[in-house]
Design a binder for this molecule. Structure first.
Ligand code: SAM
Ligand code: SF4
Length: 328
C-alpha cells in the first residue's frame, strides 16, 4: 500500500518541486541579483542516481507530481536523461518543467520523448528591449523560438508565467492576452514575492491581481474555469477563445491552507515552505549510506517541520534566500 506524507496541519504532501541546478543563463530582476555568480559547487549537487533514489522514495510516500525547476533546469547537462529516469518511477503520474525557454528550441523534442507532459515558461514582456532589461541581457527571440518549439513538440498546455510589476510591464497585460490567444498558450499572472533583496525590490512594485482581473473584465467576458495541474492558480476563461488565464496570488490572497508541496534544492536540502527558512538536509545523510526506510523516516521528520503559512506580508524582510536558490 502506498504510504502518505501528511504534515501536522493535516495537509497531504503529494507534489515535489525539484531544483536540478541553482544556475541560470538569465538574471531576472525579481529573482537573482545582477551579476550573481556565487553558485553551489558541483560536488554538492545531487547526482542523477541520488535524485532518482530520492524521487523513488517520494513516490513510495505518495508523491504523484514532480516539477523540474531551478535556476534554469535546461542548463543542467543531460536533463532529458534524468527526465526519462524519473518519468518511469512508480507512483509518479505527472512530470512537468518550469523553464525560461532560452534553450527549449533544441531540447523540446527530447524532453517530450523523455516523458515530460507540461511546460511552464517565464515571460514578463513581449518587447525585446524590455526583456533585455528585466532579464539582465536576455534575447527574447530565443524564448519565442523555444515556445513555438514546445508547442510543435506536442506539449499541451504550454503556460506562460508573467510576474506583474507596476511601472515595469503592467502596460502589456492586454498584449500578452492577445499573444496567448493567437498562439494557444495559457497565461498566468504572478504577484512578486519578497524573496531576497531582489524579490523585495520587485515586491514594492507588486500588483494585487484582482486589479488585473478587473481591468481585463472590462475588455473581455471572463468566466470561471478549471485547469488541471495541482497548482494554486485561480482560472478564468476568455469567452469565445480557448484562452485560460490564471491568477497566482501569494501576497493578496494566500493559499497556504491547501499547500500540498515541498521543494528539494540541487544540494539535497528539502525546503518546507517557499516563504520560510525551515529546511532539512538530506544529501549528507544519503551519502553516509542510510537505508531507504531511514530516508523515509527523515523525509517524514522534515514534513513535520512544514510551517502553517508564509509571512510575506507580515515579515517581508525575513527571507535572505532568493527564488533561484530554492527552486521556484
Ligand atoms: N528558470 C525557470 C523559469 O524562469 O521559469 C524556473 C525557475 S524560476 C525561479 C520559477 C518561477 O519563479 C518563474 O516563473 C519566476 O517568474 C518565478 N519567480 C522568481 N522570483 C520570483 C519572485 N520574487 N516573485 C514571484 N515569482 C518569482
Ligand atoms: Fe533564471 Fe528563472 Fe530566476 Fe529568471 S526566474 S533568473 S530565468 S531562474
Amino acid at each position: 500500500m502506498t504510504q502518505q506524507l501528511t504534515d501536522k496541519y493535516g495537509r497531504n504532501i503529494e507534489y515535489l518541486r525539484l531544483s536540478v541546478t541553482d544556475r541560470c543563463d538569465l538574471r531576472c530582476s525579481y529573482c537573482m541579483p545582477k551579476g550573481f555568480k556565487d553558485f553551489g559547487e558541483p560536488k554538492d549537487w545531487l547526482t542523477f542516481d541520488e535524485i532518482e533514489r530520492v524521487i523513488r522514495i517520494f513516490g513510495e510516500l505518495g508523491t504523484k507530481r514532480i516539477r523540474l525547476t531551478g535556476g534554469e533546469p535546461l542548463v543542467r547537462k543531460n536533463l532529458p536523461e534524468l527526465a526519462t529516469r524519473l518519468a518511469k518511477l512508480p507512483g509518479i503520474e505527472d512530470l512537468s518543467l518550469s523553464s525560461n525557454a532560452t534553450q527549449l528550441k533544441k531540447q523540446a523534442v527530447p524532453l517530450k520523448q523523455a516523458g515530460i507532459t507540461r511546460i511552464n515558461v517565464s515571460l514578463d514582456t513581449l518587447r525585446a528591449d524590455r526583456f533585455k532589461e528585466i532579464t539582465g541581457g536576455g534575447k527574447i527571440e530565443k524564448v519565442i523560438d523555444g515556445l513555438i518549439a514546445a508547442k510543435e513538440a506536442g506539449f499541451q498546455p504550454v503556460k506562460i508565467n508573467m510576474v506583474a510589476m507596476r511601472g515595469v510591464n503592467d502596460d502589456e497585460v492586454e498584449d500578452m492576452v492577445e499573444f496567448c490567444i493567437k498562439h494557444d498558450f495559457t497565461l498566468r499572472f504572478i504577484e512578486a514575492m519578497p524573496m531576497g533583496d531582489t524579490g523585495r525590490e520587485a515586491n514594492k512594485q507588486y500588483i494585487p491581481l484582482s486589479e488585473i482581473h478587473d481591468r481585463l473584465a472590462k475588455k473581455y467576458t471572463l468566466t470561471k474555469a478549471n485547469m488541471n495541474g495541482g497548482g494554486p492558480a485561480r482560472y478564468v476563461r476568455v469567452d469565445d477563445t480557448e484562452l485560460r488565464i490564471g491568477f497566482i496570488t501569494p501576497i493578496s490572497q494566500h493559499f497556504c491552507d491547501t499547500c500540498n508541496r515541498v521543494r528539494l534544492s540541487v544540494d539535497g536540502t528539502l525546503y518546507l515552505c517557499l516563504g520560510q527558512d525551515d529546511s532539512y538536509p538530506l544529501r549528507e545523510l544519503m551519502r553516509a549510506g542510510i537505508t531507504d526506510d531511514e530516508l523515509k523516516e527523515h523525509i517524514q521528520k522534515a514534513i513535520d517541520l512544514k510551517p502553517e503559512k508564509h509571512e510575506f506580508s507580515e515579515q517581508p524582510g525575513k527571507l535572505v534566500r532568493f527564488m533561484s536558490m530554492t527552486g521556484g
